[in-house]
Structures are given as structure tokens and as C-alpha cells.
Design a protein around this ligand. Structure first.
Ligand SMILES: [Zn+2]
Length: 269
């Protein structure tokens, strides 16, 4: 599933469409996770794109008064193609057509979505989301605040989108390894010093993944056609039959909140 680094990579790949005119959006299949409203086609004709950015895993394409919100869901991806190239793949559900090029939205499982709204920050899907992990708001003091009275284990806490967005399962396991914190520890028992280390680790891991073009297990290509997988070196995730790179202890797999969790019991206390 495309995680925050893949979405960020995708945003960077389509950034070149800023300051261009979107001629039209064509929806071939409106039955995505939520039915695509007619206004996505009617209100976006010949609109100048001011900005293309991201909030959590939503790709935001801003026009004068409206904003397109695109979510890639479980299997969605964008690709760029010449406008006059009529090559289609199965599961191409939408086209965003510019003068020379177009962006195509392909989504095998149709858990993705396309919305048009005036202010994405007030949209029901975005308004209650937590801070961005790479922003200044995600700081040691913020982490201390959310840990302070929480009886959740630390891995669940950092994966809760209401606290901080975009720390998916792989990145949570890897960040906790880097911060030397056992994923099953109670949040309220994580020290101030560890809070600081964890915030730093999450930022490091996500930045690394973005630099590598995103790291998910299968089937992701960034919009410019480059493969974005298996590039981040994983220390614990998926390595349960192997030994820790740091101490040679066997990596263990446990289940936390129904999600596979990997850790080194010697390195992570
Ligand atoms: Zn170890």
C-alpha cells in the first residue's frame, strides 16, 4: 500500500504540473472507495493549478477556489503520459488532462478516492488528522504530551493517525528499532529522552524512505515510472527469521493491534 513516502514521491513527480492549466478531468469509473462526484469533472475545466502538495496521504491539487484531493488507497498509482497517447491499462479510472501531458489514476482495488472541495483542511477526511511527522509541530514536547497519560503501547500510539500521520507499520517498527524502544512499552512509561529519540528516528526513517523513492512491499511505481521498492534497508521489519544487524540476537515477530511487529529484544528495551 502506498505509504507517506510513496505519496510524497508521487507529489514530487507531478509537481511540474504547477502553473499549468488543467484542461479537463475524465472519470472512467466513479465507483472508487467513495463515489466520485460530478463536480470533479464540471468544476475543474480549464483551471490553473496553483499548487500541488500533500496532507497525510492525500495529494492536494489547488486551483483558484477549489482543491482536488486524491488518495491512492491500497493500490492506487499515478502515471504521466503524453496527452495524445491513447494507451490504456486495465483499472485506469481517471485522467487529468493538460496540454501536452496527462496524469492517469490507476487503482486495481479501488480503495482510492477523488474529491473536490474548497478547503481540504476542513474536509471530513482530513480535519481530525494529527500533525505531519516532518513538520516542526512534531517535536519532543509534542511527543511527551501525547505519551504522558497514555496507556497505549508506544507502537500503537505512533501509528494512530490522530496523533501523527503517515507512520505506517514498516516505518513504526524501523523507527522504534532506531530509537532503541521496545514496541510494546506503555507510552506513559517512555522517558523524555526516549521521546526525543523517537521523534528524531521517525523523521530520519521517513526522510530516508522519501529519498529512496518510497519503500513498500510490492507493486509501487512512482508517477515518473521509476520503481520505488526495496530500496530502504530494513533492520527489523520482515526479518523475523534473521538476526539483528547490530547484536546478532534473533529478531522476534509479535502482533500488536493486529499488526505484525518486529523487534530486537536486546537492542530495544
Ligand atoms: Zn539487536
Amino acid at each position: 500500500m502506498p505509504e507517506l513516502p510513496e505519496v510524497e514521491t508521487t507529489v514530487r513527480a507531478i509537481n511540474k504540473f504547477e502553473n499549468r492549466i488543467l484542461k479537463e478531468v475524465i472519470i472512467h469509473n466513479k465507483n472508487l472507495r467513495w463515489k466520485v462526484e460530478k463536480k470533479v469533472e464540471t468544476l475543474t475545466r480549464n483551471q490553473l493549478v496553483h499548487k500541488i502538495t500533500r496532507r497525510a496521504k492525500y495529494i492536494l491539487i489547488y486551483f483558484d477556489k477549489q482543491c482536488l484531493m486524491v488518495h491512492l488507497g491500497m493500490s492506487g498509482k499515478l502515471r504521466i503520459q503524453k496527452s495524445n497517447n491513447n494507451y490504456f491499462k486495465k483499472h485506469d479510472h481517471a485522467e487529468f488532462i493538460f496540454k501536452d501531458e496527462k496524469i492517469i489514476f490507476n487503482d486495481v482495488r479501488r480503495f482510492g478516492s477523488i474529491h473536490l472541495c474548497e478547503n481540504p483542511d476542513k474536509h471530513r477526511l482530513i480535519k481530525d488528522l494529527g500533525v505531519e511527522p516532518l513538520s516542526k509541530s512534531f517535536s519532543k514536547s509534542y511527543m511527551k504530551d501525547i505519551c504522558k497519560n497514555s496507556n497505549l503501547c508506544i507502537k500503537k500510539l505512533i501509528m494512530d493517525q490522530k496523533n501523527v500521520v503517515g507512520v505506517g507499520n514498516i516505518y513504526a517498527s524501523e523507527s522504534l528499532f532506531l530509537a532503541k524502544i521496545n514496541p510494546s512499552r506503555l507510552s506513559k512509561e517512555v522517558s523524555d529522552n526516549e521521546c526525543e529519540k523517537l521523534v528524531k528516528s521517525i523523521k530520519i526513517i521517513l526522510k530516508k524512505a522519501i529519498k529512496m523513492g518510497g519503500t513498500t512491499i510490492k507493486d509501487f511505481y512512482s508517477a515518473d515510472g521509476n520503481e520505488g521498492y526495496f530500496s530502504l534497508k530494513l533492520n527489523v521489519y520482515g526479518r523475523d527469521s534473521m538476526v539483528c544487524n547490530k547484536c546478532n540476537t534473533k529478531i522476534i515477530k509479535s502482533i500488536i493491534g493486529q499488526r505484525a511487529t518486529y523487534s530486537c529484544t536486546k537492542c530495544q528495551l
